[in-house]
Design a protein around this ligand. Structure first.
Ligand SMILES: C=CC1=C(C)c2cc3[nH]c(cc4nc(cc5[nH]c(cc1n2)c(C)c5CCC(=O)O)C(CCC(=O)O)=C4C)c(C)c3C=C
Ligand SMILES: [Fe+2]
Ligand SMILES: [Fe+2]
Length: 336
């Protein structure tokens, strides 16, 4: 019998054989404070995938105007939704990773990262590599694909391995805007939310994060993905859904109809009882907790609305983790 092969004594320690799963969401500031929000916005809004204006024009506007005005206003908005554990987006993403980690077991090193801010994609990929992950599945938590979100996560992952000699094998989870598991999870969540209401809504609004209209003209599939999600969910529910796009940013034309405009117009058209939810967000965040649940309600009630309910995102609900398990096990096939 041959003796087992031994590394020479001065051979560096090599960790191998593990599988990693990295859930990635958009990102959030470290604190609901002006300085932290400014750092986060600088990184986020300097991403050429997010603002597709030549740097020579955009950077002076960003540094000269936006970063001197928006952080204070945004920090206040964040302070209204911040929890004891931190930013809602970070807390839910962390909880999702913990829950899915339990489902997949110790055979998979499950972690989470933020595209902007902390924990960074680079630090988490490096940690997986150091722990011996030779195969990594990256799961951007965006059901609908856009250059600004999913593709930008891919950029960060490939940037993270640029300096590495020994690359892990990489897989990325595809967008899942029309996947039966996702539509089912939304249906379960929406039905549970509707069952708890003390009023019968005249309209249900599916509010997606907006994008500049130009991105649609340039070939971004996001708009069509949102429309298809809403259509499939409406068919599955057997109920009409009103689609709208929120969070308009800057002077350019964005996808329409705008959520705030819809909310302000509805009472005058006789729609006085409204339910709103955000199927494109995997987790509640500033844009849902503050823009929809707080500001959206004010806009609707001030325009003459009578009943308003915001229904929370999938977050770490059982329906959400069941769905993620289906999607992730499919992409891990052959690895686990
Ligand atoms: C869900 C998909 C998202 C798309 C598409 C998207 C595009 C997009 N966003 C901005 C500008 C801002 N977005 C902000 C917050 C924010 N955006 C998303 C998701 C998408 N953005 C999330 C989940 C969040 C919440 C982050 C959190 O911490 O909770 C903000 C920052 C907040 C503020 O200052 O108001 C900005 C700015 C652009 C320009 C854009 C275009 C493609
Ligand atoms: Fe955004
Ligand atoms: Fe479209």
């Amino acid at each position: 019998m041959r003796a087992p092969m031994k590394f020479p004594q001065d051979h560096p320690l090599v960790q191998t054989g593990r599988i990693g799963l990295l859930l990635v969401n958009l990102g959030t500031p470290d604190a609901p404070e002006k300085g932290a929000v400014k750092r986060y916005l600088k990184q986020f809004l300097s991403d050429k995938r997010v603002v597709e204006i030549p740097s020579i024009i955009w950077q002076p506007i960003l540094r000269g105007i936006i970063l001197n005005t928006r952080p204070k206003k945004s920090a206040h908005a964040y302070s209204l939704v911040w929890t004891d554990e931190g930013s809602p987006l970070a807390v839910h993403t962390k909880n999702q990773a913990a829950a899915i980690g339990e489902r997949l077991g110790d055979g998979v090193m499950t972690d989470w990262a933020m595209r902007y801010g902390n924990p960074s994609v680079e630090s988490r990929i490096q940690a997986m590599k150091d722990a011996g992950c030779e195969r990594i599945l990256v799961a951007p938590l965006y059901p609908q694909h856009s250059g600004a979100t999913t593709a930008s996560v891919h950029d960060a992952v490939f940037d993270a391995i640029k300096a590495m000699r020994w690359h892990p094998a990489l897989r990325t989870m595809p967008y899942y805007h029309d996947d039966a598991a996702y539509i089912n999870a939304l249906k379960t969540s929406l039905e549970a939310g509707l069952a708890k209401l003390d009023f019968e809504p005249d309209a249900i609004i599916a509010s997606f994060h907006g994008m500049p209209k130009r991105t649609l003209e340039l070939g971004d599939p996001y708009h069509c993905h949102c429309q298809k999600t809403a259509r499939l969910l409406s068919e599955a529910m057997g109920r009409e859904l009103t689609i709208a796009f929120q969070s308009r940013f800057g002077p350019a034309k964005w996808l329409e109809p705008a959520t705030d405009m819809v909310l302000e117009a509805m009472p005058g058209q006789g729609t006085k009882k409204v339910v709103i939810f955000a199927p494109g967000f995997s987790s509640d965040c500033l844009e849902t907790c503050e823009e929809l649940a707080i500001r959206g309600k004010e806009q609707f009630m001030e325009a003459g609305g009578q009943h308003f309910a915001y229904l929370e995102c999938l977050n770490e609900s059982e329906a959400s983790i069941d769905m993620l398990e289906v999607l992730l096990r499919r992409e891990l096939a052959g690895w686990i």
